[in-house]
Ligand binder design. Structure first.
Ligand SMILES: Nc1ncnc2c1ncn2[C@@H]1O[C@H](COP(=O)(O)OP(=O)(O)OP(=O)(O)O)[C@@H](O)[C@H]1O
Ligand SMILES: [Mg+2]
Length: 343
C-alpha cells in the first residue's frame, strides 16, 4: 500500500437527493484521484416530508465511510432547483473592484428573486474591450433556501466547506472524466427522482441550465396508474425493466414530455447562440438506468446518447470494486468531491 503523501488531500462530496443520499470520498493525489468510498442510502418517501429519513441516511453513509460527522472538515455539498439560478450574462466592462462593489445591482435584473434575498457567486468568463462588455457566469441562491440547507446539515453536525451549485458540479465531473471535443456542445442530463437537471456546455461558449420536472418519481407513478399496482410494486417493475417488455409504452406520457422539454431547451440554446450541433448527450442520475432510455432518447432527439461513467480515469480503492460497474447516480457527488479546496 502506498504511504499517504502529506500533500494529498481528501474531499467528501455529499449529494442530498430526494431519493437517496450519496457520499463520495476522493483522495486528491499528485498523480490523480483515488476513490476511497462511494456510498448511497435511500431516504425516499412518495408523499410528504422525508427529513427524518434524510438525517438518518446522512448519518449512515458517514458511518459506512468510516468518517466522523462532527470532525469532517472537507465536505462539499450543493444546492439546485427553484431557489437557485445560474446564468451566463453580459455586463458592461468593469474592473474587478468595480464589479465587486456593483455586483448586486448589476445582477438584480437577471435574478428570478429580489437581490436582497440573494446570496451571489460569479465568475468572469471573458472581457471584450471592443464591445466594452464582459461575460459573467452568475449563480445565486435565496437566503431562505441556503439557511434551510445549512440547518439540515447542522442537525447532523456538518459544516460544509463549500456549497456548490449542482449543475456546475455535474459539469465538473464531465470535464474531469470524459474526453471532450473542442467547440462542440455537450448536454448533461441528470435524471433523479423528483427532478432532471439539463445543462448545455460548449467549451468557450454559452453555459445554459434548467430543471425539468419529469423524472423517476413521475415514471413510477405512471407505472402504478397504468398497471393498478402499489407504488412499491411499480418501483420494482420499473427497475426490473427486462421483465416488462412494454415498459416504454407504459411510460409513453412522461417520456414524451421529457423529450419535448429537452428538445425545447436545445432549440432555445441553438437560437440564442446561432450555433447548432450537439456532440453528445450524457445521461447521469439513477433514472438513466431505466431500460432502453438511452436508445429512446437518441432516436427521438437525433443526438448520440451515452451513459456517464463518473469514475472513468479515477483509481478505485480495492474495497470499492463493486463500483466498477455503472454508477451514474454518483455523478453529482463525484463532481462535488472533485472540488479543489484551495481554489
Ligand atoms: N434500474 C433502474 N431503472 C429505472 N430507474 C431506476 C433504476 N434504479 C434507480 N432508478 C430510479 O432512479 C431514481 C433515483 O435516482 P437518483 O438517486 O439520481 O435520485 P436523487 O438524486 O436522489 O433525486 P433528485 O436528484 O431528484 O433529488 C429513482 O426514481 C429510482 O426509481
Ligand atoms: Mg439527484
Amino acid at each position: 500500500m502506498k504511504a499517504l503523501n502529506r500533500r494529498d488531500k481528501s474531499v467528501v462530496g455529499l449529494d442530498v437527493g430526494s431519493y437517496s443520499v450519496k457520499l463520495v470520498h476522493l483522495l486528491h493525489q499528485e498523480e490523480g484521484y483515488k476513490l476511497l468510498s462511494g456510498l448511497e442510502e435511500e431516504c425516499f418517501v412518495p408523499e410528504g416530508d422525508n427529513l427524518e429519513k434524510v438525517v438518518e441516511a446522512i448519518e449512515k453513509v458517514f458511518h459506512r465511510a468510516g468518517l466522523k460527522l462532527r470532525r469532517c472538515e472537507e465536505v462539499v455539498t450543493s444546492v439546485s432547483g427553484s431557489g437557485t439560478t445560474i446564468k451566463q450574462v453580459n455586463f458592461p466592462l468593469l474592473t474587478d473592484e468595480e464589479l465587486r462593489s456593483s455586483i448586486k445591482w448589476q445582477a438584480s435584473k437577471h435574478l428570478p428573486f429580489g437581490p436582497e434575498e440573494a446570496v451571489l457567486d460569479y465568475q468572469v468568463l471573458s472581457r471584450d474591450e471592443e464591445s466594452e462588455s464582459m461575460s459573467i457566469l452568475l449563480a445565486a441562491v435565496t437566503k431562505t433556501y441556503l439557511a434551510e440547507h445549512l440547518e439540515l446539515l447542522r442537525k447532523v453536525g456538518i459544516e460544509p466547506l463549500i456549497i456548490d451549485f449542482s449543475p456546475l458540479a455535474l459539469l465538473n465531473t464531465l470535464l474531469a472524466t470524459q474526453e471532450l471535443v473542442e467547440d462542440r456542445a455537450l448536454v448533461v442530463l441528470d435524471m433523479g427522482a423528483k427532478n432532471t437537471i439539463l445543462s448545455v456546455y460548449r467549451p468557450g461558449g454559452l453555459f445554459f441550465t434548467r430543471e425539468i420536472s419529469v423524472s423517476g418519481h413521475k415514471m413510477t407513478s405512471e407505472v402504478q396508474k397504468q398497471l393498478g399496482v402499489t407504488y412499491e410494486e411499480a418501483e420494482e417493475i420499473k427497475k426490473d425493466g427486462k421483465s416488462n417488455q412494454k415498459l416504454l409504452t407504459i411510460l409513453k406520457a412522461p417520456l414524451d414530455q421529457l423529450v419535448f422539454e429537452i428538445r425545447r431547451s436545445l432549440t432555445y440554446y441553438e437560437n440564442r447562440t446561432g450555433k447548432g450541433g450537439f456532440d453528445k448527450l450524457y445521461l447521469a442520475g439513477g433514472s438513466s438506468r431505466l431500460v432502453k432510455i438511452d436508445t429512446h432518447l437518441q432516436s427521438n432527439l437525433g443526438v448520440p446518447v451515452e451513459e456517464m461513467n463518473p469514475l472513468k480515469g479515477i483509481e478505485i480503492d480495492g474495497s470499492q470494486m463493486e463500483l466498477r460497474t455503472a454508477v451514474p447516480q454518483l455523478t453529482l457527488a463525484v463532481g462535488l468531491a472533485l472540488r479543489d479546496l484551495e481554489d
